[in-house]
Design a binder for this molecule. Structure first.
Ligand code: GAL
Length: 657
């Protein structure tokens, strides 16, 4: 399945049944192949314990399927019904201030509740039994967006009890826990596991190992919850693909781990919804207000495609203004088409649009859709129909393995949040900033988790991998790639201790550096890094003071230890004693790509170029047209060498710059 497939999220329960048949026929006419349904239907299907009202859902699936659509069915566990909450109020999640988060919206469950786990398995079994062999049901989505509304962490009694059991399994004895956490510090020693509380509501910072273990425990609960439903679907609906819709920009649980249990890694893409809250400068936010950041879609597609071993779908694509960001602008006309083609270019097998028809009542009335609430066609539907027509011209093709990979480790992101040392430390954003800088140099990337296969890459970039296990260190040493290792990497053991040989711990022998001290500087410090080409670039935030015998390729210009090493190179690795951003980042990456012999395309800032197998793609996120240089070996299938604002060109043949 390598042609682009298109789909839509549909909520038939919100509309009169007299519309269903017409809706289905219009979906097919528009070129849609898939329809995703039912993720919030538990309270409608089972209005009281054990009383099932399937008839309407049977009809919906029949109508959609007979019209020629493939149905992605969902398990409805993102929204437990009121009667269940009344029966078992302990299912509700608890926020970090200790407040119970109540019924009346969605995601009102705690991952630690075993009562809820059993109920989720029960209802998933009912849905799977009913529809698992239905000829129109071709795939399943489990639940909906695990961390939506910040619901991975819950501070309930169930979480506390579960955490205690998890700790007891991990450490065996309380003595080992005390040693590992270092509870002698501030005299917080425990005499048994039942004394341990959750790391919220404390007077000062929690013990960092305690906090990291709670993140690990919470992440494991998400995996367990997901896995329990996967097992049920495998039994009752064999042969159907199983997915879940990860969120773009969510790092709160280990997505690498959860992805291992899925057939397709799905995610939800809201490029404008997530723009204003990003770390882009105000100038860039203004520039991309109606297009979204040029690398938003690509980053998430590449990350989740890598986690899905090539099987990645966009399960919700922004169709127009959303209703949940601080401000909700309209995308420029053309952007729905552009985002869809970006997703395909970066490996998506399917793109589904959220949602079919704009809601007339309840929570999401301002959220646009393919149709307005009166059923008339909105802009997204026009652009979707264009994509549906254009895809016929493209030969099926798959994305090749990239030459460059980025290592992304979720526990390291949690660890840096727990011990930031710099309240503005960009943490997860570093990965996005490195990705954007590499993409603006025309470089295609894959992502790696610590357990993945590192072979076959010319360069592995590691923006921040604070926790390096012995296994990871061995893999990094043994792989063929050159390494670019960001500051803080290897600076903590898996127990959140400083390594015996100081940072970068197990990476010392690869990098030839030892970190003697770290500091963090405010923007007003006015310090800079001088590169080998004699250019200087301002920086602020994280800085390390290194001891090294390896080659120093850049130095700090500073009132403190002027000239100390900022970038150090050994045969295999380049190590950064700074978190480079803007012009420093781009210069550093350019030089490192040269060192690793990776060809670079000097793209203009608003243009992105990528490849999917034999197809080349160019996308213009700017507001002026862009002309690709003439080439006789490029045969344009969509667009031409002249790319208008928000335009897309697709060709067979060589890459262009
Ligand atoms: C997603 C969610 C959808 C819908 C959408 C609106 O986070 O999965 O159900 O609420 O946002 O943009």
């Amino acid at each position: 399945m390598s042609k682009l497939e298109l789909g839509v999220c549909y909520y038939p329960e919100q509309w009169d049944r007299s519309l269903w048949r017409d809706d289905a026929e219009r979906m097919v006419e528009m070129g849609l192949d898939w329809v995703r349904i039912a993720e919030f239907t538990w309270g409608l299907v089972e209005p009281a314990r054990g009383q099932f009202n399937w008839a309407w859902l049977d009809d919906v699936i029949g109508i959609l399927g007979e019209a020629g659509l493939r149905v992605m069915m969902s398990t409805p566990t993102a929204s437990p019904p009121k009667w269940l909450i009344d029966e078992h109020p302990e299912i509700l999640p608890v926020d970090s201030d200790g407040r119970v988060r109540g019924f009346g919206s969605r995601r009102h469950y705690c991952f630690s509740s075993n009562v809820y786990l059993t109920e989720a398995q029960r209802i998933a079994t009912e849905y799977a039994r009913r529809y698992g062999q239905n000829p129109h049901v071709h795939a399943w989505q489990i639940d909906n967006e695990y961390n939506d509304h910040d619901t991975v962490l819950s501070y309930s009694t169930a979480a506390r009890d579960g955490f205690r059991r998890w700790l007891s399994d991990r450490y065996g004895t309380i003595k080992i826990l005390n040693q590992t956490w270092g509870t002698v510090f501030w005299g917080s020693v425990y005499s048994n596991f039942d004394q341990i509380e959750l790391p919220n509501g404390l007077v000062a910072n929690p013990n960092p190992t305690h906090a990291l273990d709670f993140m690990r425990y919470s992440s494991d609960r998400v995996r367990l919850f997901n896995r329990a439903q996967v097992d049920i679907l495998r039994e009752f609906s064999p042969g159907r693909d199983i997915t879940h819709n990860f969120m773009a920009g969510s790092f709160e649980f280990d997505h690498h781990a959860v992805a291992k249990d899925l057939d397709i890694v799905g995610f939800d893409s809201y490029p404008l919804g997530n723009l204003l809250g990003s770390t882009l400068s105000d100038d860039d936010k203004r520039r991309y207000l109606r297009t979204g950041a040029p690398d938003y879609q690509g980053f998430h597609c590449d990350l989740y495609r890598s986690q899905g071993n090539g099987r990645m779908w966009v399960l919700e694509q922004q169709p127009g203004p959303v209703d949940w960001a601080s401000k909700n602008p309209s995308p420029a006309d053309g952007m729905i088409r552009l985002w869809t083609w970006v997703a395909y270019a970066h490996g998506a097998q399917a793109v589904m649009f959220f949602r079919w028809r704009q809601a007339k009542y309840a929570q999401e009335q301002f959220h646009t859709a393919l149709l307005r609430s009166d059923g008339s066609i909105d802009q997204a539907a026009i652009e979707l129909a264009q994509v549906a027509a254009e895809r016929a011209a493209l030969p099926p093709t798959e994305r090749n393995r990239a030459q460059v990979a980025m290592l992304l480790d979720y526990p390291s992101i949690w660890a840096a949040d727990i011990l930031p040392h710099d309240e503005d430390f960009p943490n997860a954003h570093i990965a996005r900033e490195w990705y954007a800088a590499l993409r603006s140099l025309g470089v295609d990337l894959d992502f790696l988790g610590p357990d993945d296969d590192f072979s076959g890459y010319a360069l592995i970039v590691i923006p921040q991998c604070m926790i390096v296990s012995p296994e990871l260190a061995t893999k990094l040493k043994g792989c063929d790639a050159r390494l670019l290792i960001g500051a803080r990497s290897g600076s903590k053991t898996e127990n959140m201790h400083t390594p015996g040989n100081l940072a970068p711990g197990l990476l010392e022998y690869l990098t030839g550096v030892k970190v003697l001290r770290v500091e963090s500087l405010p923007d007003l410090a006015g310090e800079s890094v001088r590169l080998a080409d004699d250019t200087t670039h301002g920086f602020s935030g994280w800085r390390e003071i290194l001891e090294t015998d390896a080659t120093v390729t850049a130095h700090f210009s500073s009132k403190y230890r002027d000239g100390s090493p900022a970038i150090v190179r050994s045969d295999k690795a380049t190590y950064l004693a700074v978190v480079p951003r803007s012009s420093l980042l781009k210069s550093v990456l350019q030089e490192v790509l040269d060192w690793a012999k990776i060809p670079v395309l000097d793209c203009c800032p608003d243009l992105r170029i990528t490849r999917r197998g034999k197809l080349g793609f160019a996308f213009n996120f700017g507001d002026t047209e862009h002309c690709l240089p003439a080439s006789e070996t490029r045969n344009y299938l969509v667009g031409s060498s002249l790319i208008p604002p928000c335009g897309v060109s697709i060709w067979v043949g060589e890459t262009a710059n």
